[in-house]
Design a protein. Sequence first.
Length: 133
Amino acid sequence: MNDIHWVLLDTETNGLRAPIYVVELAAQRMVGWEPDGEPFRRLLNQNVSIPQEASRVNGYTREILERDGDPALDVYADFRRYAGTLPLVSYNLAYDLDRVLLPEWQRLDIAPICSGLQSKTPCSQSTGIFGSD
C-alpha cells in the first residue's frame, strides 16, 4: 500500500434529497497513507437555495457561496486536473459519487471524473487498492 497513489474525496451538499448540489468539494492526493502535495478545496456557487438543515451541518449559506464560491464547471475542470487518473476514495463513496457527483456531472453535461472507482456505477472498476497490507 505504501506506493499506491490515490485521491481522498469529500463533498458538502445542499441536502440529501435530489437534486443534490455540491457546495464544497475537497480532496487530497495520497501516496499510501501519506498526503502528497497540497489539498484541493473549493466552494461552488450553483445559485441554489441552501436549506437551514444543510447549513447547520456544513456551515454554508447562499450568501457565503455567492461571495466565495466559484462556478461548478470551473471547479470540476480544476478537480479533473488535480485528480488525473488516480482512483477516488471516500468514506461514503456510494453517497459522494453515486448520489451526488455523478448526477451533478450528468446535469452539467460533463464527463465523469472517475478512474478505478469502487462504486456501483458504470464508470467503476474494482481496483483492490486497499488489499491486505
